[in-house]
Write a protein that binds this ligand. Structure first.
Ligand code: PLP
Length: 403
């Protein structure tokens, strides 16, 4: 008889966005003429920039000739991309990361989910609440649930800053700028977490998928801007939101050589080496065309073009923040992140307000409670729409508020 990995039965039956999609499709079936605008799922809407498109065309042409054709590439990415990333981290953020500490992948989601394979089964995992669901679900699939998970509530009372826990945590997931709240941590707040990790021999898994949206120059873009982080942190990057790669698929993970974890007999083992071993076994590299596309993001034209699209989305974010606040809503985020986190009006919980907006404004948001218990009473809006759709959604929301 084949037995199941019963950990899967501990998961919520659906991924959050599948629940949202189901509700929306039911509504659409009942109202086929409804013109629905999504400010829900965090997917981009603007096209790839010309520098990226040209690089992809060139790479495709190389695939068409036996002389330049590429088959399997290096599992952890071509040197041209790893070196471009390392150069850019040094020039733009002043941090030194070697190319062999960079693991190119097909986006941050798989690595943020897979990284927990490196840690002991009985590790205590800390996550912020609300949280990007992948961290929790991937640990649940590996059997880490219940008492093995420590929730760090982030709410208006603590300014959405996770407080250093009293109990020991082995592995802490931090995501800044944060999905879903759109809030950030200052260098000082991040330093407290790095100090905690160093004092407690813990590992920080730092998701920097939205670092490109930071506009305040005092906010760190990378945990390696913080002293001591190379000894305790792994960092995840993605081109998905930075450069519109949600459908292209490319990202990278940084595992510094200094980062080690202990065996039961007291040896310290390099996680860089283990992650390399894991990736070479289970991953066969991101596509050549995607990696050439990612390389183009670092050219002078690419940088300028990508920044224009980020500015485009951030104009939406500022417009949304201003409008929603002027309607009297309590709204967070949206200044250094493409997400806004809004308290639901009194009398509505997250799903009730989701239903209300869908019905009355034909606008989709994401119910905050889907990101964890502390998300109850909030909804998330994304700034990834077009200017036109965002303006239209805001004016419909304004009309519903006036009723
Ligand atoms: N990390 C966070 C916090 C995200 O919000 C997302 C995507 O929404 C990802 C990682 C995954 O991004 P990718 O498209 O690179 O897999």
């Amino acid at each position: 008889m084949s037995f199941l990995n019963e950990n899967f039965l501990l998961l919520a039956p659906n991924y959050l966005f599948a629940d949202v999609a189901k509700k929306v499709s039911t509504y659409k079936a009942q109202h086929p003429d409804a013109d629905i605008i999504s400010l829900g799922i965090g997917d981009v809407t603007q096209p790839l920039c010309p520098a990226v498109i040209e690089a992809m065309h060139r790479a495709t042409d190389e695939m068409a000739s036996a002389q330049t054709f590429r088959g399997y590439g290096p599992e952890n990415g071509y040197a041209f991309l790893r070196e471009a990333i390392a150069r850019d981290l040094s020039l733009s953020r002043g941090i030194t990361i070697d190319a062999d500490e960079i693991f190119v992948n097909d986006g941050a989601k798989p690595d943020t989910g897979n990284i927990q394979e490196l840690i002991h089964h009985h590790s205590v995992v800390g996550v912020t609440d609300p949280v990007y669901p992948v961290y929790l679900d991937s640990n649940a699939m590996a059997g880490r649930t219940g008492a093995d998970v420590v929730y760090l509530p982030c709410n208006a009372d603590n300014g959405f800053v996770p407080q250093i826990p009293e109990r020991h945590i082995d592995v802490i997931y931090l995501c800044y700028p944060n999905n879903p709240t759109g809030t950030v941590l200052t260098a000082q707040q991040l330093q407290q977490w790095v100090d905690y990790a160093l004092d407690n021999d813990s590992i920080i898994l730092y998701d920097a998928a939205y670092q490109a949206f930071i506009t305040d120059p005092s906010i760190p873009h990378s945990i390696y801007e913080i002293e001591g982080a190379r000894k305790c942190a792994i960092e995840f990057h993605s081109y998905s939101k930075t450069a519109g790669f949600t459908g292209v698929r490319c990202g990278y993970t940084i595992v510094p050589r200094e980062l080690t974890a202990a065996t039961h007999d007291g040896q310290r083992i390099s996680l860089n080496h283990l992650w390399d071993r894991r990736q070479c076994t289970k991953f066969n590299g991101a596509s050549y065309i995607s990696q050439r596309a990612a390389e183009a993001v670092y050219t002078p034209e690419g940088k300028e073009q990508v920044q224009k699209t980020i500015d485009y989305y951030m104009r939406n974010a500022h417009h949304m923040l201003h409008t929603l606040r002027s309607l009297g809503h309590e709204v967070y985020g949206g200044q250094n992140a493409p997400y806004l986190w809004m308290r639901t009006p009194s009398g509505y919980d997250s799903w009730q307000f989701f239903d209300h907006l869908l019905r009355e404004a034909n606008v989709i948001c994401t119910p905050g409670v889907g990101f964890g218990p502390s998300g109850e009473g909030y909804v998330r809006f994304t700034a990834f729409g077009s200017h036109e759709n965002t303006a239209q959604a805001l004016s419909r929301i304004s009309l519903t508020a006036n009723h």
